[in-house]
Design a protein around this ligand. Structure first.
Ligand code: ZN
Length: 245
């Protein structure tokens, strides 16, 4: 089974649709959404609806900090993100907001743990940015494989004999997640990549071969950017889609 792992969609319908099509063409039959379905982008309602449909079809969905910020003002966000969330909350139906509020912070499926930020205090939404953070993740759970988002830049960490190492994956190359090591993959963002490549990022994990592959899918960035401007959201959010930074 191939599981497409998507995170940080951030209300970017064009990127979300492109990734779903790309993943399906690559044989993905299951979907895991690692949170931040909304925030920043111009299509929050559509993205929540699509996520609900994927969940109904057996997909995994966990909650991100932007999803929580829709109904929980105690979540800390910078000024731009706060402005976007206030607009987002006005676009969503009560059913959408309720759905976001019912999402779990983590989902465990066999040897896989799905979480937005890290297994170390998932509700605090700390970033998993280096080998020390990865050690904290490994210490906080016993899942051999972890998948998270939140950072918007892809990175893969692994631990063997108590030592954690990391590398920046290059796209389209399947990486065997060797059984004698533990792994945590930070999957790049679908809807607001920050790795310098504006194409939508995601990953596919193959449960048969135990290989993980990071992918990038081209999408209509201009259209997504235009919707952000039309909504009157901060212009920097439209701009950064074009650069992927
Ligand atoms: Zn995010």
């Amino acid at each position: 089974m191939r599981i497409a792992i998507l995170t940080d969609i951030h209300a970017n319908r064009e990127a979300f649709e492109a990734v779903l099509a790309d993943a399906t063409a690559r044989g993905a039959t299951q979907f895991a959404i690692l949170g931040d379905i909304v925030g920043y982008g111009g299509d929050p309602g559509w993205c929540v609806e699509r996520t609900m449909a994927l969940a109904k079809a057996g997909g995994v969905v966990v909650r991100g900090n932007h999803d929580q910020a829709v109904y929980d003002p105690s979540i800390s966000l910078n000024e731009t993100a706060r402005a976007a969330i206030q607009w987002t909350a006005r676009q969503l139906s009560p059913e959408h907001a309720e759905y976001l509020a019912t999402l779990p912070l983590t989902v465990r499926e066999g040897d896989r743990l799905y979480v937005h930020s890290s297994a170390a205090a998932p509700g605090r939404f700390n970033y998993l940015l280096d080998t020390e953070d990865a050690s904290g993740h490994f210490a906080a759970c016993d899942a051999r494989l972890g998948f998270c988002g939140h950072v918007h830049r892809p990175r893969l960490y692994s631990m063997g004999a108590g030592k954690v190492c990391s590398f920046a994956p290059t796209g389209q190359t399947p990486i065997p997640l060797l059984a004698q090591r533990r792994w945590v993959a930070v999957v790049g963002s679908v809807g607001q990549p920050r790795d310098g490549d504006p194409a939508a990022g995601y990953a596919i994990y193959d449960t048969q071969t135990c290989e993980l592959c990071f992918h990038k899918a081209a999408y209509d960035i201009e259209a997504a950017s235009a919707k952000i401007r039309a909504a009157g959201l901060p212009d920097s959010l439209a701009q950064r889609l074009l650069t992927g930074k």
